[in-house]
Design a protein around this ligand. Structure first.
Ligand code: SAM
Ligand code: SF4
Length: 327
């Protein structure tokens, strides 16, 4: 196997695939209220095209795929895609990031299709606050989605909490206890200046938050084998509760970046915080029976993967919203 590697020697073994840029929520840091500038369905990659690309990636080192969006559970027949990524593209680890609103309907089918686990966005335990952050009164649905994920054994169920100054940064302890009681893994995330939404939200540095939680709960560092993501994990002394910190702003992890992102229209973004990209859709359609041009484009493109983001130096740089890239 000839592993896809960038010019800095970083091996690409993790791909996040956006299956839609649409969403049923409008999280304040992600998608603006009133947003309608979606890609036309005719321009979306079909499942056949996604599976074909995933097969080529898999033959060259990709071991993990995360389906994301927008809200991935809005894409019709998502369990079929999960099964095909496992069986046809030979991806051993397929997971989903979701807002969980539709998870009660789909958790069981996703598990049966071979989905490994889910990450769920939950920024607050306060119903009114969630209504404000997400633009809809959905806390009960999200909580039902978490229960459905646990019931379907899509574990470890990870909770993604984006910390927003003055909005939910006072809820860290409550969220930690909520997750501890239910056997969930909490991951706190620093807001990135992606789109106006990300910039307007502001960032809470997780360094003092991490120090306080470590001291109060006697947390010890731990390696988590599943996921291969950027979070740094700690756990309680009894080993029962893990907590992860994703710190793209206060302590970035670019030197270990092992991923690229495929958007719904077939663009591969090589870095969340840069414009570098590879356009795959037309190539896939122009060469339905020959994988060589696809692989050549992947190789040449990945060679150009930027070394790091510039969120601190040029926070105004990324105009697209997270939901458009596939966060
Ligand atoms: N809709 C799904 C969800 O909410 O989990 C998947 C897509 S969402 C874009 C993926 C992740 O990106 C979520 O955990 C969300 O909190 C995070 N996210 C969105 N905008 C962000 C930003 N500006 N900074 C940091 N994280 C962000
Ligand atoms: Fe939708 Fe996820 Fe973005 Fe929230 S974070 S608006 S749920 S895509």
């Amino acid at each position: 196997m000839n592993q896809l590697t960038d010019s800095y020697g970083r091996k690409i073994e993790y791909v996040r695939i956006s299956v839609t840029d649409r969403c049923d929520l409008r999280c304040a840091y992600c998608m603006p209220v009133g947003f309608k500038d979606y890609r036309e369905p005719a321009g979306w990659l079909h499942f056949d095209e996604i599976v074909r690309l995933a097969s080529i990636l898999s033959a060259h080192g990709t071991r993990r795929i995360r389906l994301t969006g927008g809200e991935p559970l809005l894409r019709k027949n998502l369990p079929d895609l999960v099964a095909r990524l496992r069986d046809e593209a030979n991806i051993p680890d397929v997971s989903v990031s979701t807002n969980a609103v539709r998870l009660p309907r789909f958790a069981k089918a996703l598990k049966e299709a071979g989905l490994a686990r889910v990450n769920i966005s939950l920024d607050s335990l306060d119903r009114e606050k969630i209504a404000k952050i997400c633009g809809r009164d959905v806390l009960p649905q999200i909580l039902a989605g978490i229960d459905a994920a646990l019931e379907a054994d899509l574990r470890p169920v990870k909770i993604n909490m984006v910390l927003m100054p003055g909005v939910n940064d006072m809820e860290v302890e409550d969220m930690f206890n909520f997750c501890r009681e239910r056997g969930l893994t909490l991951r706190m995330i620093e807001t990135m200046p992606i789109g106006d939404t990300g910039r307007k939200t502001g960032t809470v540095s997780l360094q003092p938050v991490m120090a306080k939680l470590r001291e109060e709960h006697g947390l010890i560092p731990v390696m988590i084998p599943l996921g291969g993501g950027p979070a740094r994990y700690w756990q309680t002394p009894d080993g029962k509760t893990q907590i992860g910190f994703i710190t793209p702003i206060s302590d970035h992890f670019c030197e270990t970046c092992n991923r690229v992102r495929l958007s719904v229209d077939g663009t591969i973004y090589l870095c969340l915080g840069q414009e570098a990209r590879i356009e795959m859709r037309d190539l896939l359609r122009q060469h339905p029976d020959d994988d060589r041009p696809i692989l050549d484009a992947l190789r040449q493109g990945i060679e150009q993967k930027p070394w790091q983001h510039d969120f601190l130096q040029t926070p105004e740089k990324i105009v697209r919203f997270m939901s458009q890239t596939g966060g």
